[in-house]
Design a protein around this ligand. Structure first.
Ligand SMILES: [Zn+2]
Length: 481
């Protein structure tokens, strides 16, 4: 029965009044909104303790005023994400969660506004907050199919969401101030809820760009292999046919998807099996009409599209459909790379997860690790847009997701290019360069630091000692100096 206009208005007014009573902070429209200063550092700039985090969560719920003084961050070395070389003895002035000025520490300190809090990181190297463009906070490692199935069959979505909050905090404490979370693996729209909790300051975590449920056609994604008498949970949103897929894209966007993801392929195999004439072949999931419908509808709604594509056939199909990013891409050859360069399609290689699961999965997987190493070397030379993406969650969150950086350097990328892949390039992929990816005036104050020089030892980035997001310090192991 339709609600009469007057009673609808009354209901809205009641809701507004209820919100006012509870002082619920407004929901930020996107991860671009300045982070709520939910866990302010203490006067010495030390990391918030659990109790201060709890108190700040309470403060977030009470909606108390949270104006923070300007902060002057002094560092020994600054990698800003865009310059070719670092600068020594720099300072960054942060006002209202954004970077106001960058310059020589001595000069900036002299001109700092009254009441500015100084955080001196000594000889540390500061760099833009890291961005991981491929994560799964709702997943806790799935080397084998059995491990994946257990999470969907024996863990409720609320339980998985609780674990996701821990994964989100882990990512932030590892120095990742933004992530693109590429599907919930059966946990419906719980990524939207985790993102909301972070934006409201209920829990600490990175800025999240979420893709909700992802797509595969009937029978082409786990869970599979169970009796037909059982109605099993699905790891994706199953949809067939162009019209159904368009409707499903609209539905995901309606419920909060920032990105749309689809699984372009499965069942990877090597030549000469089944007449394979490429480095690695695969079975394509969607018809061209279906894949194009997904991409077209997403683009029509202003969303970008990520395609899981591992074999030649899947990558080819994803590129034909107009996908914006290729995930994994182990079977990339030079022809596909040229098409990616030409169409400015990004590649998220997720190398570490491949090596991590290869042994447990066996079969073609160890060979795929080798193929990806070669593909990576060639892609660096060809200038493919390589954005940092780890697939964290595909392996346990206890593994530091910054390990991928070391592998990229070992595979032929310079340390500076690897850092840029995880900062400025990933921010471009997210279409967020106005706010993210570099330490430049006007950007969000998303800044991390390490004790040593990551250009000499990229492994330093696995030991982040300082994390600031939106001007709020979440971690500082440097103490007062
Ligand atoms: Zn993934």
């Amino acid at each position: 029965m339709p609600i009469a206009r007057s009673s609808l208005l009354a209901a809205v007014l009641t809701l507004v009044a209820a919100c006012a009573r509870q002082s619920v902070p407004p929901l930020a429209a996107s991860p671009n909104a300045p982070a709520a200063p939910d866990a302010p550092a203490d006067a010495a700039g030390r990391a918030p303790t659990l109790s201060s985090a709890a108190a700040s969560a309470a403060s977030a719920q009470s909606g108390a005023p949270r104006a923070a003084p300007p902060v002057l961050l002094k560092v020994g070395r600054l990698i800003d994400g865009v310059s070719a070389t670092p600068k020594d003895n720099q300072a960054v002035l942060v006002v209202d969660g954004r970077i106001r000025t960058i310059g020589a520490a001595a000069a900036l300190e002299k001109d700092a506004p009254a009441g500015t809090k100084v955080i001196d990181l000594g000889g540390s190297t500061a760099l833009p907050g890291l961005i991981d463009a491929h994560t799964h906070v709702l997943l806790q490692g799935d080397i084998t199919a059995a491990e994946y199935d257990v999470q969907l069959l024996k863990e409720s979505i609320p339980y998985r969401a609780i674990r996701a909050t821990v994964a989100a905090r882990t990512a932030l404490m590892n120095g990742f101030t933004a992530i693109r979370d590429l599907e919930t693996e059966g946990a419906m729209y719980a990524d939207v809820d985790v993102k909301m909790a972070i934006e409201r300051g209920v829990i600490p975590g990175p800025r999240m760009f979420v893709s909700t449920r992802a797509f595969a056609p009937t029978g082409m994604y786990p869970l599979s292999g169970y009796s037909w008498e059982l109605k099993m949970p699905e790891g994706v949103q199953v949809a067939d046919g162009a019209d159904a897929l368009r409707k499903a894209v609209r539905e995901q966007v309606k419920y909060g998807a920032d990105w749309i993801k689809f699984y372009a392929d499965r069942r990877y195999y090597l030549p000469p099996e089944r007449g394979c004439k490429h480095l690695l072949c695969s079975w394509v999931n969607f018809t061209d009409e279906e894949a194009k419908a997904i991409v077209d509808e997403a683009h029509r709604l202003g969303k970008r599209v990520a395609a899981h594509a591992i074999g030649w056939d899947g990558i080819d199909a994803a590129l034909r459909a107009g996908a914006d990013t290729i995930e994994h891409g182990d079977g990339l050859d030079e022809g596909l790379m040229d098409r990616m360069v030409q169409k400015k399609v990004y590649w998220c290689p997720t190398i570490y997860v491949g090596a991590y699961v290869a042994e447990g999965r066996g079969g073609v997987w160890p060979k795929m690790v080798e193929l990806e190493r070669e593909a990576f070397r060639k892609a660096v030379k060809k200038g493919v847009l390589i954005a940092y993406g780890t697939d964290a969650g595909g392996y346990a969150w206890t593994e530091n997701q910054a390990k991928e950086l070391g592998i990229m350097v070992r595979y032929g990328m310079s340390p500076m290019a690897a850092i840029q892949s995880a900062t400025v390039v990933a921010a471009q992929l997210l279409d967020q360069r106005r706010d993210l990816g570099s330490i430049e005036a006007g950007r969000f104050a998303d800044i991390v630091a390490v004790a040593g020089d990551p250009l000499k030892d990229i492994g330093e980035l696995e030991r982040v000692t300082f994390v600031m997001k939106g001007g709020v310090v979440y971690k500082n192991e440097n103490g007062a100096k």
